[in-house]
Each structure stands twice: as C-alpha cells, then as structure tokens.
Design a protein around this ligand. Structure first.
Ligand code: FPP
Ligand code: K
Ligand code: ZN
Length: 503
C-alpha cells in the first residue's frame, strides 16, 4: 500500500487483520449487476465501482464506502443537486437576505399561510377528514411559535371539536369517528394553545385511555388498533396535561390482567423499541425512525426526570450515535431513517431529540438552584448536533418564495401546515436552549400528577449564539416546549387549570 500517513496505514492494517469478512468481499470480477439478495423494484441495486483515493486499496475502501446504487441513493443525489444552489445562495429565489447573507425568516407570510387551513377548506382537503385535529394543532401552534395571538381561535375551536369528542371519551378525527390517540393528542395541544381545554370531558377521557393501555405496558392508538410508541407518548401527554388519575380505571382490561397504573411496565415497553441500530422503532422488531425517537424520549420525559428515565430505559450512547447519522451532508437538515432523504419535518422529530438527550447526560446538580440561586460556575451546556447547518437548510431550502409563504419538506415539495409547524419547532430547537430544572418536583404530593415534564426551562439564544447561527433578531422564533411542542405559556396554563386534579 503506497501511503504517506503511517498512522492511517497502521489503523487500516489492523482492520484488515481483524476483520475476517474482508476475505469475503466481492472481487472486481463479481461486481456485476447481481444486486443484494432481495428481489423486487425497491431493492434492485447496481454495484457501481467506487473511486478509492490513491493511498487506499480497493478492498479497504469498500469497507467504508457504500457503493450500492439504489432508488434511494439516486433520490438522495437528486435532492442534493436541488438544494446546493439554494444552500450556497447562488440562487436566492428573490428572498430578502439578512445581515449575514441568509434569507430572512418570512414570519408574516408563514403566519398568513397557517391562517388559511383554519377557515373553509377547498375540496382537495377531503382526504384530511380523519386528521382535522392535526390541522388545528399545526396551524394554531405554528402561529403561536411566530408570536401571533391565537386566543382569537378559542370559541371557534371549542365549537368545532365538541362534536369530535366521543361520549365514551377521547377525540376522533371527524364527526362520528372512533377516538384515536393521535387525534386526541392533536386536539388537546390545539385546545391548550388557544386556551380551550375546559371542553374536554376528563373523566370520560380517563376511561377511554384505560381501554387502550396494554398488559405489556404500551398503548394502542385506538381500541383494537396498532400498539406503538406514538400511542405511549400521546396517551401520557393527555394524562399529564389534564392531570388524570394515574390509577387505571376499575373495569379496564389491563387492570383485569394485573396492572394497576398507566405507568406500569411503560418504560420497559419503550426499551423494547430500541433496536440494534441504536434508534427507536414504532414497536418491537420494526424499522428505526427518527420520529419515533422523539416519541420515546418525550414519553420518558413525562414519566420522570430525563437524567433518570432516559438512561434507565435506553442505551443513550447508541441512540445518540444513531440520531447523529441522520443529519445529512451537505443539506444540514435531518433524514428520518438510514439511507433516506432530508426532510424539514424531521427538524422537529430529530432536532427536538437533542435537548432531551442533552438533559439525559447532564448531571442533575448541573442546573439545580442552590438556596434559590443559580450556581455561579455552570459549565458550558453539552451540544450534540450542528444547529447552524439545520438553520441554513430551513431558511434557504424550505421557505416558499413568492407571495404565498409556508414551509416545505424540500425545494421540490409544496409547503403545508405540517412542515411549516415542525420547521418552526426545529428552528426553535436550534435557536434556543432548553434545560431540565432538577430543583422541580417529580410528582404532586396531593393529586399524584407527574410533574417532570413541567420542569423544563427555555432560554432564548443570546446575541452571540444567534450571530453564530447567522440569524438576525427578526428571524428568531418563539420558545417551544421541548416535551409538549406548544408554547410554554400554554403548558403553564394547562398545569394551573387542572392543578386540583378532581373530576
Ligand atoms: C415514514 O414515512 C414515516 C414514518 C414511518 C413515521 C412517521 C411518524 C411521525 C412523523 C411521528 C408521529 C408522531 C405522533 C406523535 C403521532 P416516509 O417513508 O414517507 O418518509 P421517510 O422516507 O422520510 O422515512
Ligand atoms: K418523508
Ligand atoms: Zn416531512
């Protein structure tokens, strides 16, 4: 091997000695169009010849370089090509630029864009009939992240969601539809955002949640529906925001099978969703996805303080490693899973994981107040990801240009409420800092309510932090609660509203 770097040579020699599978690497003659051992369109792959640097043998290079050409690898290359001129501002698309040369956040246009779906909808929205609560949530919470007054929606939202609430508890997507954990979660967050949670029948909600709690510790999305990590996060959000009793209702199936509390076996069930990749799947033995990592971490942050519950139930190092691989180069945004495309919505689903993980590995005394005073020597907060790269992706590639506003998955996609809400939440994760205040109580002594999720504090990015992200003051979004994904005032209002916890 011809090399000028002996340390690198030694390391590679070591690898060559240790890895017996080197011997099994296909030789150049094998590199026909054989593809991987899975037939079918999605998997048919062409082995393209890698280009190793001059100092590296082909056999060694193929250990590090994924040289399979697939439908996904081609789509990734196409995405990079469409993003590059925007990322480098070679093409500014007429967007006005801030003092650092990045596009301004189009605050007013994005707020206007989020107002539209809250009025009468065009016929094309009929496909969203089972997801109406999501529109309510994305469009109200998204506006609140932009500093808009959303209390104006209070009466209308209460009037609109009243028929979606079932007598047997919980909310469906539309009139006459079965209650569902996702619809219930989205309805509650929208109501909390505008200040209308009193419309919720809390006692019926408690009974309904009892019907989706499973004996193995997890939650189904609805009666007889799939059991997955979304169910766990959505159900625990409802129980905590509404301060429902943690005891299971007397007649529910999980109680009949020996469980007594909603929290029973929950952490253990979440553990079973962590896979060999280190990431989190929707349910045991499924594929890892970044969005499920957020559900798992946020659910554990409801169960208790992050430095207790996260390391107790997850291999934190493996999860950090897995999520780190999802920040894409050169786009700077996040992909949802291995070998897939960057997408703005993962700015929240993956971008929102970092604050929770950073708190999981921060010693509890770090943020603790002593005699009412913050400790004088606070070391620098741990930072696990590239905030600047995410901000650049969102501002350059994900803002719709022209009069319309709204944010989008990637340049070739159209803006929508979902990507707008979660892009703004991702910007908030990048621009600000969120820390767990270990001085707060874990549990309310009288009502028994889990309080850990209410102990988070947000701190706005300082002038110098914002400068390093290349944003001006006018490009800054509001603080977003890292567990409930609504404004901090909305969380505090819900905490106070149900402090007593009685029906
Ligand atoms: C794949 O879609 C996406 C998933 C399998 C999961 C998405 C889950 C969420 C966004 C979170 C849900 C959370 C709650 C609280 C209800 P895809 O194949 O279109 O996208 P991809 O290629 O980016 O993976
Ligand atoms: K996607
Ligand atoms: Zn998306």
């Amino acid at each position: 091997m011809a090399t000028t770097d002996t340390a690198a040579e030694d390391a590679l020699d070591e690898l060559l000695r240790d890895k017996a599978r080197i011997a099994e690497l296909p030789s150049d003659d094998d590199e026909e169009e054989s593809g991987p051992p899975f037939p079918g369109k999605q998997c048919r792959a062409k082995r393209v010849k890698p280009e190793p640097p001059a100092w590296l043998s082909e056999a060694t290079f193929s250990l590090f370089h994924d040289d399979y050409k697939t439908i996904s690898s081609e789509a990734i290359a196409k995405t990079t090509a469409e993003c590059l001129p925007l990322l480098t501002i070679r093409d500014a698309r007429g967007l006005s630029l801030n003092s650092h040369g990045l596009p301004h956040l189009r605050t007013g246009q994005h707020a206007d864009f989020l107002r539209q779906p809250l009025g009468n909808l065009p016929a094309g929205f009929a496909v969203m009939d089972a997801s109406r609560p999501w529109l309510f949530y994305w469009c109200t919470a998204g506006q609140s992240f932009l500093g808009e007054d959303v209390s104006i929606y209070r009466e209308d939202l209460i009037h609109t969601v009243r028929p979606l609430q079932n007598k047997t508890g919980g909310f469906g997507g539309g009139h006459g539809q079965l209650s569902h954990c996702a619809c219930t979660y989205a309805t509650l967050l929208a109501l909390a955002t505008v200040g209308g949670l009193e419309v919720v029948d809390r006692e019926a909600m408690w009974h309904w949640l009892g019907t989706v709690k499973q004996v193995d510790g997890g939650f189904r999305m609805a009666i007889d529906a799939e059991e997955d990590i979304r169910g766990a996060y959505c159900a625990m959000t409802a129980l905590t925001l509404l301060n429902l009793p943690l005891e299971l209702p007397p007649d529910c199936p999980a109680r009949e099978a020996g469980l007594t509390h909603f929290t029973d076996k929950l952490g253990e069930w979440i553990s079973t969703c962590q896979t060999y990749e280190g990431g989190i799947s929707s349910a045991p033995n499924h594929e890892v996805h970044g969005a499920y990592a957020f559900c798992a971490l946020a659910c554990l942050c409801i169960l208790g303080p992050p430095h207790d519950t996260i390391p107790k139930h997850l291999d934190v190092e493996a999860l950090i490693h897995c999520l780190t691989t999802l920040q894409t180069t050169p786009e700077g945004g996040f992909a949802g899973r291995t070998n897939k495309l960057v997408d703005a919505c993962y700015s929240h689903w993956v971008g929102g994981c970092w604050a929770l993980l950073e708190a999981a590995i921060t010693p509890p005394h770090h943020n603790k107040q002593q005699n009412g005073k913050t400790p004088t020597t606070v070391s620098k907060p741990i930072s696990l990801w590239n905030r600047e790269a995410l901000v650049r992706y969102l501002l350059t590639c994900c803002q719709q240009s022209g009069p319309k506003g709204g944010m989008r998955d990637k340049p070739s996609a159209r803006p929508d409420g979902y990507h707008t809400c979660y892009s703004l939440s991702g910007l908030s994760a990048a621009m600000h800092h969120y820390a767990y205040d270990a001085a707060g109580l874990d549990k309310d002594a009288v009502s028994g309510r889990l309080l850990a999720a209410f102990n988070w504090k947000g701190r706005r990015g300082t002038e110098s932090e914002l400068k390093s992200l290349k944003v001006d003051e006018v490009d800054v979004v509001g603080l977003v609660h890292p567990v409930f994904v609504i404004g901090f005032e909305a969380v505090e209002r819900a905490r106070l509203q149900f402090e007593k916890g009685e029906f």
